[in-house]
Design a protein around this ligand. Structure first.
Ligand code: ARG
Length: 566
């Protein structure tokens, strides 16, 4: 249910009945009508500018046009009161009965008109490199976006475009040739950093790594055997972390390696199109346009050493996804240092004639910084791994819980920590940088994950303790109840907007605002007190139940779990 749409539709259909007005409702007017929920709702639940839009074409003052409309709008069965404000805004106040019925029977089924097919590209982890803070946003925002899209009924396919076929592979194999197969997780984590540090000091070692990479890519059996052994070890590690983060399983772990199979086909197409140029032994595609005002370097299709490039994998992946999925859109979630890369790739794809009718979209993130505005580091100056991040947050939660004199099982601490970390990530607009402050994110008050979980736990415990029915009765709504119900009714619209704008932060902030309203309601509208009449109690319990239903859904979309107690 989208109350917004419901109200707009009924207002518009009423206005189209008005003889003096109906002929002026042109498609252009319809496009510009705003029906909004005013910030201060003393005079109305919805407000519209429709009278002002018609003043030119009708040739009357907006207030006069509004006067004509009022009696018609008053006839709407869901409207209690219509008033005119300011220069000619029309305010509609809804009937309590209507709000109660709509809000408390809403089963949150989305009303998606056009189901879209979307390929999502997030994660994109690198073999041999531990997942670190730089992977947090692509993982958390990508996953939540995926859940939102699926909730709305869209068909998504999530791709983990693994970095598993580039120079690091050659360096890892070089390390293994010297040191033997990794024996444990620590070895797996050590191979690449050790080898890459050495490559920085020793050009011979770097060259060796590059040579192995090219030979691996051209089918060297020995290297392939080594490769096939360490890849699953690395994947295992990624998967156990994703599990800890409660991230949906990727539909495809198809990255640079698996896409390699299709590179020759794409090569042939590019050659036929004549868009490949040779430059110092490399193969490049020029994507510059006359109107460019910023530097636009060519796409590196093949390196001078003959290796498959990062760009080649992405371009080929577009070709592959078009052929296998033919989606309406391909959406990428990475940090914004890759903005230029994706611009280049999207242009190259169009030049090659790929992705016709497919929207190609890159959502670029800002950086997670420390208080000094520089990329976040741990106390000892290192880039923290995601595991470490979670540990840091969990320790802070543990301390807080201890200080409050409570004892919670470790599983609960983990759930709270996950909420703290993920919610903090989700609530910021992806495009901007944000400061990570562990004390702030684990606070049980304020715009934090723990506050939201706590609210859900509270609702759960009310329901557990409550006896009796939870039904709509004839009791009048108090303002706090009314505000809460109106907000609950906005859930579906929020999800739609979060999806359309590729902006899970809208959902996250909705969840917080919802919790604030729930807590205000909880403090002003007692439920279990002995002096509360049965019918009031029943209706309030129904409000609690619906609040929990909406909040649980929001939490689920953020990949968070509600603990038993907190
Ligand atoms: N593996 C890349 C990196 O760590 C990110 C991959 C992003 N996705 C993509 N299709 N290029 O920088």
């Amino acid at each position: 249910m989208n109350i917004y749409k419901e109200i707009s539709d009924s207002v518009l259909s009423k206005i189209k009945e008005i003889p003096e007005i109906k002929d002026y409702i042109t498609p252009q007017i319809l496009n510009n009508i705003a029906i909004e929920i005013p910030k201060v709702r003393d005079f109305g639940d919805f407000s519209t500018n429709i009278a002002m839009l018609l003043t030119k074409s009708i040739g009357k003052k907006p207030r006069d046009i509004a006067e004509i409309m009022v009696p018609y709008l008053e006839k709407l069965s869901n409207v209690a009161n219509v008033s005119i404000a300011g220069p000619g805004f029309i305010n509609l106040k809804l009937k309590d009965e209507y709000i109660k019925r709509m809000a408390l029977t809403d089963n949150l089924n989305p009303d998606t008109q056009k189901i879209q097919k979307i390929d999502l590209d997030y994660g994109g982890y690198n073999v041999g490199k531990t997942l670190h803070i730089g992977h947090l946003r692509t993982t958390v925002v990508g996953d939540t976006f995926n859940r939102i899209a699926r909730f709305l009924g869209h068909k998504t396919k999530s791709y983990n475009h693994m970095g598993d076929w580039g120079r690091p592979m050659g360096l890892i194999i070089a390390w293994i040739l010297e040191n033997g197969m990794p024996q444990n997780v620590d070895d797996v984590n050590r191979m690449y950093p050790a080898s890459s540090t050495r490559a920085k000091e020793d050009p011979g070692w770097l060259e060796k790594g590059q040579k192995i990479t090219v030979e691996l890519q051209s089918g060297n059996e020995e290297y392939k055997k080594i490769y096939d052994t360490f890849i699953p070890m690395s994947l295992n590690q990624v998967n156990s972390l994703l599990k800890r983060l409660n991230i949906l399983t990727f539909d495809e772990n198809k990255g640079e390696r698996l896409i390699a199979e299709y590179v020759p086909e794409v090569q042939e197409i590019l050659d036929k199109k004549g868009i490949i140029e040779h430059s110092d032994g490399a193969e490049i595609i020029s994507v510059k346009q006359d109107t460019d005002t910023e530097p636009m370097p060519p796409v590196m299709w093949k390196s001078s050493a003959g290796a498959q490039t990062y760009a080649a994998a992405d371009l080929t992946a577009i070709y592959y996804r078009e052929r296998t999925d033919n989606p309406d859109a391909i959406v990428y979630f990475t940090d914004n240092r890759q903005t230029l890369h994706f611009k280049q790739i999207f242009r190259a794809a169009r030049l090659a004639g790929f992705a016709d009718g497919i929207e190609l979209q890159h959502i670029g993130f800002g950086t997670i910084t420390g208080a000094d505005g520089k990329p976040f580091k741990t106390r000892d100056g290192n880039v923290p791994s995601l595991d470490e991040m979670l540990n840091i947050v969990a320790d802070s939660v543990r301390t807080r819980v201890k200080e409050s004199g409570k004892q919670l099982p470790n599983e609960t601490i983990e759930m709270i920590a996950l909420a703290a970390l993920k919610f903090n990530d989700l609530m910021h607009d992806v495009k901007s940088d944000y400061i990570f402050d562990v004390d702030a994110v684990t606070n049980f008050e304020g715009r934090t994950g723990p506050y939201i979980l706590y609210t859900a736990v509270r609702l759960n415990s009310i329901i557990k303790k409550a006896e009796g029915t939870a039904e709509i009765t004839n009791c009048k709504l108090l303002p706090e109840e009314r505000d809460l119900l109106m907000f609950l009714l906005d859930f579906n619209r929020i999800i739609e907007v979060s999806f359309e704008r590729r902006a899970p932060y809208i959902l996250a902030n909705y969840a917080y605002d919802l919790c604030k309203l729930i807590n205000t309601f909880y403090h002003t509208c007692p439920i279990m007190r002995d002096d509360i009449p049965e019918d009031v109690k029943s209706q309030r319990l129904a409000i609690v139940k619906q609040s929990l239903r909406v909040l649980s859904q929001a939490l689920d979309l953020m990949g968070l779990k509600i603990p038993e107690e907190m």
